[in-house]
Design a protein around this ligand. Structure first.
Ligand SMILES: Cc1ncc(COP(=O)(O)O)c(C=O)c1O
Length: 406
C-alpha cells in the first residue's frame, strides 16, 4: 500500500471509527500469519501479544481458515435454539467436555468473553437463589454492565453507576478475606486463576484449593474466568489445573474461536438446567453460530493434535529464562512472573514501560500493557511460536531495555 493510502486510512479511521484508546493510531495492519503481523507499509513484526491472547493457534491458521470456508459453503446461520440441532455445535461441545473437568459437561455458547461472564453471573444467582457476588481486587472481567460490576478498577466503573448491587471486592490470594466474605447469602465467587490485566498475578499455591473448599462448604458457585488463561495459555488446558481445581462454572473466550468472536460458559447439566425454568431464561441469537463453531472446533483440534499446552510450557520456560537473564543485566526490570506463555515483565515505572513498548515496536516486536498494572508489560505470544522466534524476540527486548536504561 502506498504512503498516501496509508495516511488516508489513518485519517478516516480517526473520523469514522470509534476509538478504544487515545489517538493517534500509527500502523495499518494488512496481514497476519502465525507469529508475524505485516503492516501496510511492508514492515513485518514479531507478535508477542496475539491480539491479546486470541491467536493461540497462530494468526490466520490454515486449518481454521479451511474449516470456516467449508462451513460457509454449507450453512452460515440457522436457529441456534428451539428445535434445531446444529451438528458442528454438538461436535464442539463434546470436544470441550473432553478437555475440561467431569463436572463441566454442558456448554452455553455466546459471542464474547464479557457475555460468558454475564451468563455465569446470572447462572450463579438463579441456581442458588442468592444475590451476593464476591470478586477480586485487580480483577478484570469485561465491559458490559454485569461484568463491569465485578471488575475492579473504580475509574472504569464509577461513571456507569449504579451497577449490580451486592458485589463485594476482596484481596486476591487472601484466604482469610475469602473466609470472612463468603457466607450463606453468596451466590458466586468469580476469579481469574491468574490475574491477567491485573499484571499477571499468580496466587499462592494453596489459595485456589482452599477457595474451592470454602465455596463447596458454603454453597456458593465458584466461577473461573479463563477467558484469557484458557486453552493452554498457561501450560495446562485450563489454568485452575495447575492447582488441581475445577470450578462450578468455567467462563471462556478469546482463543476459543480460533480468531473469530466467540465466548462460552460451561457447567454441569444439573446447574445449567436452571435456565430451562422458565424456558428461554438465557438465550442469544448468534451463540453457537455454525461458522464460529467450525472455526473453534478446528482450532481446538489443532491445539490437541499439536499439544499446545506442552508447547506453552517449553517456549514459556525459554522466554522466562531469557527474561530473567535480562533482569540480571538491566536494573529497570523489577520482576518477571507468570506461567506458560502468559508472562508479566514489570519495569520500574509506567513511563519506562511505555517507552520500552514503543521502542520494541520500532524494532519490530509487538507487545501489550496490562490495563491495571501500568508498569507491567504483558507477553502472550501465539502458542505456536518457534524457539527461533523466541530468541529473536529476546534479542529485540534486550536492545529495547538497553535503550530505556540509558
Ligand atoms: C479475564 C478476562 N475476562 C473477560 C474479558 C472480556 O472479554 P471480551 O473482550 O471478549 O468481552 C477479558 C478481555 O480481555 C479478559 O481478559
Amino acid at each position: 500500500m502506498d504512503a498516501t493510502t496509508i495516511s488516508q486510512y489513518i485519517e478516516e479511521d480517526a473520523e469514522y471509527v470509534c476509538p478504544t484508546s487515545p489517538p493517534p493510531k500509527q500502523m495499518v495492519v494488512e496481514e497476519a500469519h502465525g507469529c508475524i503481523t505485516k503492516m501496510a507499509d511492508g514492515r513485518e513484526y514479531l507478535d508477542l501479544i496475539a491480539g491479546i491472547s486470541v491467536n493461540s493457534v497462530g494468526a490466520t491458521n490454515p486449518e481454521v481458515a479451511a474449516a470456516i470456508k467449508a462451513q460457509v459453503d454449507k450453512m452460515m446461520h440457522s436457529m441456534v435454539f428451539g428445535v434445531y440441532v446444529v451438528p458442528v455445535q454438538v461436535e464442539l461441545a463434546k470436544l470441550l467436555s473432553e478437555i475440561t473437568g467431569p463436572n463441566l459437561q454442558h456448554t452455553f455458547f455466546c459471542n464474547s468473553g464479557t457475555e460468558a461472564i454475564e451468563g455465569a453471573l446470572k447462572l450463579a444467582r438463579k441456581h442458588t437463589g442468592r444475590k451476593k457476588l464476591i470478586t477480586m481486587e485487580r480483577g478484570f472481567h469485561g465491559r458490559t454492565f454485569g461484568s463491569l460490576s465485578v471488575t475492579w478498577r473504580e475509574v472504569y466503573r464509577e461513571p456507569y453507576e449504579p451497577l449490580l448491587p451486592m458485589v463485594e471486592f476482596i484481596p486476591f490470594s487472601d484466604i482469610g478475606a475469602a473466609e470472612r466474605a463468603i457466607d450463606d447469602e453468596t451466590a458466586g465467587v468469580i476469579i481469574e486463576p491468574i490475574q491477567s490485566e491485573g499484571g499477571v498475578r499468580v496466587p499462592d499455591d494453596d489459595y485456589l484449593p482452599r477457595l474451592r473448599q470454602l465455596c463447596t462448604e458454603r454453597g456458593a458457585l465458584l466461577i473461573f474466568d479463563e477467558v484469557q488463561t484458557g486453552f493452554g495459555r498457561t501450560g495446562k488446558w485450563f489454568c485452575g489445573e495447575h492447582w488441581g481445581v475445577w470450578p462450578d462454572v468455567l467462563a471462556l473466550g478469546k482463543a476459543i474461536g480460533g480468531g473469530l468472536p466467540m465466548g462460552a460458559f460451561m457447567s454441569s447439566q444439573e446447574i445449567m438446567s436452571t435456565f430451562y425454568k422458565p424456558p428461554l431464561s438465557h438465550i442469544t441469537t448468534f451463540g453457537g453460530n455454525a461458522v464460529i463453531c467450525a472455526a473453534s472446533k478446528a482450532a481446538i483440534s489443532f491445539m490437541v493434535r499439536e499439544n499446545l499446552p506442552d508447547k506453552a510450557v517449553e517456549r514459556g520456560e525459554q522466554l522466562m529464562d531469557g527474561l530473567r537473564d535480562l533482569q540480571k543485566r538491566f536494573p529497570v526490570v523489577k520482576d518477571v512472573r507468570g506461567k506458560g506463555l502468559l508472562i508479566g515483565l514489570e519495569l520500574e515505572d509506567a513511563a519506562t514501560t511505555e517507552q520500552f513498548v514503543h521502542d520494541a515496536q520500532d524494532r519490530g516486536v509487538l507487545m501489550g500493557w496490562s490495563m491495571y498494572a501500568e508498569a507491567t508489560v504483558r507477553l502472550a505470544p501465539p502458542l505456536v511460536i518457534s524457539p527461533e522466534e523466541v530468541d529473536r524476540g529476546l534479542s529485540v527486548l534486550k536492545e529495547a531495555l538497553a535503550a530505556v536504561s540509558q
